[in-house]
Design a binder for this molecule. Structure first.
Ligand SMILES: Nc1ncnc2c1ncn2[C@@H]1O[C@H](COP(=O)(O)OP(=O)(O)OP(=O)(O)O)[C@@H](O)[C@H]1O
Ligand SMILES: [Mg+2]
Length: 291
């Protein structure tokens, strides 16, 4: 979720509670629309890359967490990132999303957008969605309201408590509900969903903005086997329409979804290839898989 969205959600949940207190009706009422879906600017992928990192370096208090990191991702690709704890996987996502500024290096979105020139909120608006490990849905709002809220990204627009989605937004909402397998739980409070369902809802909130690139950090951690299998299906559905970067330690999950796998170690790429190729790599066995 974006920082903007989290702030907005907290604000809306509290406005909602106040409104409900003041104005107890069954109909819910209606107020002016406050939002349109964001139409992210075009990303130039003519060179076959949606994301491009070259020789990126980051140190924290003298400790080099990212060291000469270079990698690129093709449009529509589902890239899996694996590697031991502390390898720099989350830090890499922090850099792509503008949360951490590297000391040096190049980070491009498509061939024209230099991500290092933008702030975190702008990068999210451009079409890079990020899912943190812990689900951060708004528990006191329903599934529907959470998704509806995700459409609200226009800054400076005076938010009202209710809004009437236009038909394009309604279609998108219905489609996303179906994609994330929550169509039957549309009026359920998010707080009552299972851990896996909350994760899907948060992915759904990202999808409402139709991101070009989705970064997912340990998405199946804490999920049941069945939820993990459903998440694999979900990612395979998303691939092609979106580019995905998935960080996971769950190897059987990786095996189900992976095409190309990148192994990070000590802040740089140790190996890249199919899962079979990297699993057969001596260095990878030594530092990660063979432990
Ligand atoms: N803001 C920070 N300040 C200081 N050190 C940091 C910071 N962020 C990350 N690090 C360090 O950088 C290294 C890489 O951390 P990172 O969280 O990116 O690893 P990871 O590959 O995501 O590991 P895991 O699989 O455990 O999630 C670690 O040694 C971590 O302690
Ligand atoms: Mg991490």
């Amino acid at each position: 979720m974006t920082p903007d969205l989290m702030e907005e959600g907290a604000r809306r949940a509290s406005a909602y509670a106040q409104h409900a207190e003041r104005n107890r009706t069954e109909s819910g009422g209606r107020a002016a629309g406050f939002s349109r879906p964001v139409v992210p600017g075009e990303v130039d992928t003519a060179h076959g890359r949606i994301l491009y990192l070259e020789d990126v370096n980051v140190s924290f208090d003298g400790f080099q967490a990212i060291k000469g990191l270079s990698l690129d991702i093709a449009p529509g690709e589902l890239r899996c990132i694996i590697g031991p704890n502390g390898a720099g996987k989350t830090t890499m996502m922090d850099i792509i999303t503008g949360k951490t500024r590297p000391d040096s290096g190049t980070v491009f979105f498509g061939s024209t957008i230099d991500l290092l020139r933008y702030k975190e909120a702008d990068i999210a608006q451009m079409g890079i969605g990020r899912k943190f490990q812990k689900p951060t849905v708004f528990e006191m709002l329903t599934v529907y309201e959470n998704l509806e809220l995700a459409l609200k990204t226009d800054k400076g627009v005076k938010a009202s408590v209710f809004f009437q989605p236009d038909s394009e937004a309604s279609d998108r909402l219905a489609q996303v509900l179906h994609t994330i397998h929550l169509a039957d739980s549309v009026n359920q409070l998010a707080g009552t969903l299972s851990h896996g369902q909350k994760q899907w809802l948060e992915i759904g909130m990202l999808l409402m903005q139709d991101p070009k690139l989705l970064l997912l950090d340990e998405p199946v951690a804490g999920m049941t086997d069945e939820e993990t299998a459903r998440t694999a299906e979900l990612f395979l559905t998303l691939k092609g329409q979106h580019s995905l970067m998935v960080v996971e330690h769950d190897m059987s999950f990786i095996r189900t979804i992976s095409e190309k796998v990148t192994v990070l170690h000590e802040g740089s790429v140790l190996a890249e290839g199919t899962l079979d190729q990297v699993q057969a790599n001596e260095r990878v066995i030594e530092v990660y898989l063979g432990r």
